[in-house]
Design a protein around this ligand. Sequence first.
Ligand SMILES: Cc1cc2nc3c(=O)[nH]c(=O)nc-3n(C[C@H](O)[C@H](O)[C@H](O)COP(=O)(O)OP(=O)(O)OC[C@H]3O[C@@H](n4cnc5c(N)ncnc54)[C@H](O)[C@@H]3O)c2cc1C
Length: 456
Amino acid sequence: MSAPRDIVRRMDIAPLRTVVSGAVLAIEDEGWDAARASHAGLGSPEVIVRVASIDDVSEAVRFIAASKRVAVVRAGGHSAWCTLDDGVLIDLTALDAVEVVDDPEGGALVRIGGGARWGDVARVLAKHGLGISSGDTASVGVGGLTLGGGIGWMVRAWGLAVDQLVGAQLVTAEGEVVEVSETSHPDLFWAIRGGGGNFGIVTRFDFHAHDLPGVVFATLGVSGDSRPVLGALRDLLADAPRALTVSFMDVPAMDPSAPAGATITACWIGEDEGELRGVLAPLLTLEGVSEIDLGARAYPDILMDAPMPDPEQPLPGFVGGNTLVETLDDGFIDGLASFRESTEASVIFLRSLGGAFGDVPQDATPFPARGATWFAMAGGFDIPGLVDDAERARLQSAWGALEAHGAGVYGNFTTTTDPAFAARMFPPQTMARLAAIKAQWDPRNLFARNHNVAPE
Ligand SMILES: Cc1cc2nc3c(=O)[nH]c(=O)nc-3n(C[C@H](O)[C@H](O)[C@H](O)COP(=O)(O)OP(=O)(O)OC[C@H]3O[C@@H](n4cnc5c(N)ncnc54)[C@H](O)[C@@H]3O)c2cc1C
């Protein structure tokens, strides 16, 4: 994908430094290593532009176009795209303003800079008694999560992050600034609600925010065979109030603070602990299920921390994948549990969908499989020395059988940078529409470091 460093013509960045107010860093500059580090690891771009304004974004894009390079765009820095060894990295993290204003349609709008992180957003919203269904982790970027869809803690009540998006400001591949919404460039607005960073750099997201009176959060421990518990969880969610969203995770020991084990986490929109305990009662009577924690929590506190990993100790690879499941039947549950039992160094994960997620018509956004009621993920850790080719092949085959049951793949939860992967994420009709919009707005594929939609 990238040209070896010694044959790449060295870029003259002096002109860029004269037009950009933020820092422009080359490999010999102080601060280079810190600037290229992200949550996903270390990348080696040719140049890093730490933009300080929307004008900076436009200038950087024009410079990249004139230099015939590709843009590597970073917001929260949690995707593998930030670790590639080419391109000009546009670091958006200084564009992190979060502003709450009245929504002309009623309620509140929140305008969020393209480089903000969800933890910062939650803290501002909490002061106003508001919330957005975002992700589960504070350091994840609003940019990457939203452009890919965004499955959050209130997905059954309010849908995906993109379902709450009402507009955005975007810098195009020409360096022009455009406003997009249902009435302004509606095709482009459609494309960015799940089509990733293919179409431009979003410098501002406008979300409709919801009243959030409070959150009750619970963690239940699960020991023994998870199959009957997952069956009961599925049955419970089939007609549970939309205020409830749950996830199930069964993991090996990650470090001394995170022991191995299976847990159900439940998020309830409301203030009454008794209500959540009542809703979860059918689970709490099951053998092997125990209440670890249940209580009212501040909205920002339900988001997890994800500290920056040590660049010298990269995380192991992951052999597996994810799928959007329409029917969580007993066969699928058995397959997931068997996957986990087959090797200690594996993880399985489920998150409930349905509710407001399923109210959105399939063609209203590029996001696949609106009929899904669960999101499922499973994989084995590719630990050097422990996993050989035969084990890798076994894990791939076991995952393949599970994925065959699903109705689509969620790109944000993949770590691959395989350029062909987008074809697995989007059904052909959706892909054709995305490719036509890409051809109109980015025919040279300047924004290629993402699940890439090739211009038609
Ligand atoms: C610990 C962890 C927890 C997670 N939890 C969730 C979760 O609960 N729900 C969920 O749905 N996903 C979750 N994810 C997946 C997450 O949505 C993706 O990893 C996402 O790509 C991260 O976005 P980012 O901005 O942090 O990453 P980045 O690497 O900065 O960006 C990801 C992609 O988006 C593009 N991009 C980012 N911002 C912009 C912008 N403003 N304009 C144009 N392009 C842009 C980048 O070029 C890149 O291609 C999680 C991931 C991790 C690592």
